[in-house]
Design a protein around this ligand. Structure first.
Ligand code: NDP
Length: 330
C-alpha cells in the first residue's frame, strides 16, 4: 500500500522537501523488517540531509529522519514479529536509507530495539537521538565519577535537543547544573528545566588566553566541541570529567595537555549512532525506569508537529537555533 512520506528532491542544484502520498517499498529482503511509524523527531542531521549535505545523504530523492518508533507490520527476521513495538535510531536510518519522516520504514532487523515497558512511543520520540545521546553522556560520567548528586556540572548548547534533556536528567540525578547557552532570553526556560545557574558562552571565551583557570565545575556535558570545549577543560576540577558528543561550534580541539596531566581530567567521547543496539537498549531501559523524566519538564522542552509541517520545519532548523525538541506525529 502506498504511504505518505517527506521526500527531498534535487532541482537544478537546490533541494526541496515536500510531502508525497505514493511512497512504496519493494518486497522485504531476508533479515529486513517493515515498521509503521507512529512518531519521529527532528534533528540537526535531518535538516542537513534535507538541505543536500552530501556528507549525510549521497543520493536523492530521499526521505530523511534518523529517529522512528512504531509497530512491526512485516518481518523477514525470526527476531521480530508483526505487532512488536520498536525504536530505531541512528545507524544509516535517514542518511542513505529512507528515514523516519514517513508513515513506514524498512530496515535491517538488527537496528531495532524493543520499546521498553514504561516508555510510551510519544516519550521515546520526545527523547529521540538527542535524548539517547544525553543519556549516553550521563552514563559515561557516572561510570567515571560514580554518583553525580551534588556535583557541579556544566551543560553547553543547553537550549538544544541534547542540552535541554541533559539539564532535566542531571537535575533529577541531583547535580547542580549550570546551563551554558547563547540564548539569554531562554534562561528562565532553562531554569524551569532544572538549571541552578545560567551562563553565556562568553564565560568560557574569557578563559581563552589562560593555560588553566580556577576549577568551576566537577564535570561537563559538551555539545559544542571547538573552542568552547578547549576552554571548558581548563575549568574542570581535579579528577573531573567531560563527556563530549557534539560539534555545534567546531570540530577542531586545540587544547593543551594541562587539564589532563595537572588535574587528571578525563575527556569521554560519546557516539549514539553506531554503537551496538544492546547498548542503546540499556539507555532506553533506564529512561523507562529510574531516569523517567519529569512530565512537566519534558512537556516544557517539547513541541509537536504533523508530517505536513515537516518541510517548513526542516528549512527553519538551519536558519533559527531551535529550542528543545520537535516531535513528529505520523
Ligand atoms: P541542536 O541544534 O538542537 O542544539 C545545538 C545547540 O548548540 C543550539 O541550540 C545552541 O544552543 C548551540 N549552538 C548552535 N550553533 C552554535 C554555534 N555555532 N556556536 C555555539 N553554540 C551553538 O543540536 P542537538 O542538541 O541535537 O545536537 C548537539 C550536538 O550534538 C550537535 O553538534 C550534533 O551534531 C551532536 N550530536 C552527536 C551525536 C553523537 O552520536 N555523538 C548524536 C546527536 C547529536 P545555545 O543557544 O543554548 O547555546
Amino acid at each position: 500500500m502506498p504511504f505518505k512520506a517527506v521526500e527531498v528532491r534535487e532541482e537544478q542544484g537546490s533541494y526541496r522537501a515536500a510531502i508525497i502520498d505514493h511512497a512504496e517499498f519493494s518486497d522485504l529482503a531476508d533479515g529486513e523488517v517493515r515498521i509503521a511509524v507512529e512518531y519521529s523527531s527532528l534533528n540537526y542531521k535531518d535538516a542537513l540531509s534535507a538541505a543536500g549535505n552530501k556528507g549525510v545523504t549521497r543520493n536523492y530523492p530521499h526521505t530523511p529522519g534518523i529517529d522512528a518508533v512504531g509497530r512491526v507490520i512485516a518481518s523477514a527476521s525470526a527476531d521480530w514479529a508483526p505487532g512488536d513495538q520498536v525504536i530505531v535510531t541512528g545507524y544509516d536510518l535517514g542518511m542513505n536509507t529512507r528515514g523516519g519522516l514517513a508513515e513506514q520504514i524498512q530496515v535491517p532487523a538488527d537496528w531495532l530495539v524493543a520499546l521498553p515497558d514504561g516508555l510510551s512511543p510519544a516519550d521515546a520520540m520526545m527523547l529521540g537521538t538527542a535524548g539517547l545521546t544525553a543519556g549516553l553522556c550521563v552514563d559515561k560520567l557516572q561510570r567515571q565519577l560514580g554518583d553525580l548528586s551534588g556535583l557541579r556540572i556544566a551543560v553547553t548548547g543547553a537550549s538544544g535537543g541534547v542540552g535541554s534533556i541533559a539539564v532535566v536528567l542531571l537535575k533529577q540525578l541531583g547535580a547542580e547544573v549550570t546551563a551554558i547557552s547563547g540564548k539569554a532570553e531562554q534562561y528562565a526556560f532553562l531554569q524551569s528545566l532544572g538549571a541552578s545557574h545560567c551562563a553565556a558562552p562568553a564565560m568560557l571565551a574569557e578563559f581563552a588566553s589562560k593555560p588553566m583557570v580556577k576549577p568551576q565545575f566537577d564535570a561537563a556535558l559538551d555539545t559544542l566541541g571547538g573552542e568552547p570545549l578547549a576552554n571548558l577543560l581548563k575549568a574542570i576540577s581535579p579528577d573531573g570529567a567531560v563527556a563530549c558528543c557534539g560539534l555545534a561550534a567546531g570540530v577542531a580541539l586545540n587544547s593543551s595537555v594541562f587539564p589532563f596531566i595537572l588535574r587528571g581530567v578525563c575527556l569521554l567521547g560519546v557516539d549514539s549512532v553506531e554503537i551496538p543496539r544492546e547498548r542503546k537498549a540499556e539507555i532506553w531501559q533506564r529512561f523507562a525506569g529510574p531516569w523517567q523524566l519529569d512530565s512537566e519538564r519534558s512537556a516544557a522542552l517539547l513541541s509537536e508537529v504533523g508530517l505536513n509541517e515537516v518541510p517548513e520545519q526542516l528549512a527553519r532548523f538551519l536558519s533559527v537555533s531551535v529550542c528543545g525538541r520537535i516531535r513528529v506525529k505520523l
